[in-house]
Design a protein around this ligand. Structure first.
Ligand code: NDP
Ligand code: MG
Length: 394
């Protein structure tokens, strides 16, 4: 029996994870669940999965959750805040941690799980993009096993020879190919993107996801973050990472080998597949996802990624090449810009302008410690907010 902590249980990935766990009660039990503010949803999850602990974002939310749970006769221990998230990630009773908090807020608890030597099921790509080598070093030092949940990275992991999760230098890998759907605006006239609403941006053609990653998919910053994520997870240099548009999202990514072989992982676009893969690895379990019917899908299409249409993709490649804290600056500026877009404070096409402004004006440095990275994250957020407050003219 493996005991699991889910960080971000009320989100899209968290809910899919619980769906898979519920199919295998003989293999998994839930040790702890976290949410930020969706107290009622978390209470319902606690009632069903009976975790020992639950963590929320504030004292008020904790009081509300405690009242809801006690009224149902549940004795789940309730806490709040970052230290409590780190505690449920690192607890000695925990075998595996699903890191599914969105954004930089997930860094500290995900790192805590890595430092504690847990099996880390990594959905929170922002944490790895920000901390890069520091995160990989922490996992290596503790013996933590990193298993990618992001569908592309999970696909690549499956296409690499077993045991080559990290450094495929001598595995004959020529390049890794990240597939991308292109999001909802793949074919829309670029000039008309100024007018798109958050609802249009969040309407992804193939995946149902949280709002932040949905906007990132529409700008393709999501793919940019995934390029950086792939670099750290697999040790692949930027020059050997390619992005390929594949609108059907059936091939989740590929690995090209020096002998001309290309291995791909295919499946219906449902995150329960990579979640089940990582949970059970190296075994396989039922995920609830229907078998792929290629005859019915009939056509798979591909095209090169257009960096002019998707400037965020170019910004991310640049940040990876620049190194140091550049990816952390990129990520922080993007988080602020996406929130501002969702709050109707800026237009869709200003997202990349905010990110570019921050990268060009905030001096990066060496990513020598988590404290240094967090300091840069703070500077980038402040610069992004100042730029946005300056008005829409730019
Ligand atoms: P959601 O927005 O659906 O869920 C986010 C979760 O994090 C919720 O449980 C939320 O709590 C919690 N949360 C939000 N803000 C904070 C905070 N400040 N502190 C602590 N907890 C917080 O996101 P997704 O599930 O879509 O994505 C989660 C992560 O997984 C992201 O990093 C994303 O990039 C990655 N990912 C997601 C995929 C998907 O298909 N959804 C695919 C690949 C990667 P509450 O509900 O209370 O707000
Ligand atoms: Mg992905």
């Amino acid at each position: 029996m493996q005991r699991i902590t889910i960080l971000g249980a009320t989100g899209s990935i968290g809910v899919s994870t619980l769906d898979v766990l519920a199919r295998h009660p003989e293999r998994y039990s839930v040790f702890a669940l976290s949410a930020h503010s969706k107290v009622e949803a978390l209470a319902a999850q606690c009632e069903r999965f009976r975790p020992a602990r639950a963590v929320v974002g504030s004292a008020a939310a904790a009081a509300q959750l405690t009242a809801l749970l006690r009224a149902k006769g549940l004795r789940t221990e309730v806490d709040y805040g970052e230290a409590a998230l780190c505690a449920i990630a690192a607890d000695a009773q925990v075998d595996a941690v699903m890191a599914a908090i969105v954004g930089a807020a997930g860094l500290a608890p995900t790192l805590a799980a890595a430092r504690a030597g847990k099996k880390v099921l990594l959905a929170n790509k922002e944490a790895l993009v920000m901390s890069g080598q520091l995160f990989i070093d922490a996992a290596q030092a503790s013996g933590a096993v990193l298993l990618p949940i992001d569908s592309e990275h999970n696909a690549i992991f499956q296409c690499l020879p077993r045991g080559y999760g990290r450094a495929p230098a001598d595995a004959g890998v020529a390049k890794i190919v990240l597939t991308a759907s292109g999001g909802p605006f793949l074919t829309r006239a670029v000039d008309s993107l100024d007018a798109v609403t958050p609802e249009q941006a969040c309407k992804h053609p193939n995946w149902v996801m949280g709002r932040k990653i949905s906007v990132d998919s529409a700008t393709m910053m999501n793919k940019g973050l995934e390029v950086i994520e792939a670099h750290w997870l697999f040790g692949t240099p930027a020059a050997q990472i390619e992005v390929l548009i594949h609108p059907q999202s059936v091939i989740h990514s590929m690995v090209s080998y020096v002998d001309g072989s290309v291995l791909a992982q295919l499946g219906n676009p449902d995150m329960r597949t990579p979640i089940a893969h990582a949970l059970a690895y190296p075994e396989r379990i039922d995920s609830g996802v229907a078998q792929l019917d290629l005859a019915q899908i009939a056509t798979l299409q591909f095209e090169r990624a257009d960096f002019a249409r998707f400037p965020c993709l170019a910004l991310a490649f640049d940040a990876l090449r620049a190194g140091g804290t550049a990816p952390a600056l990129l990520n922080a500026a993007n988080e602020v810009a996406v929130q501002a877009f969702l709050d109707l404070r800026i237009g869709f096409r200003q997202i990349d302008r905010v990110v570019r402004h921050v990268i060009e004006t905030v001096a990066g440095g060496a990513a020598s410690s988590i404290e240094a990275v967090m300091a840069q994250d703070g500077l980038a957020r402040a610069a992004a907010e100042r730029y946005i407050a300056g008005g829409p003219a730019r």
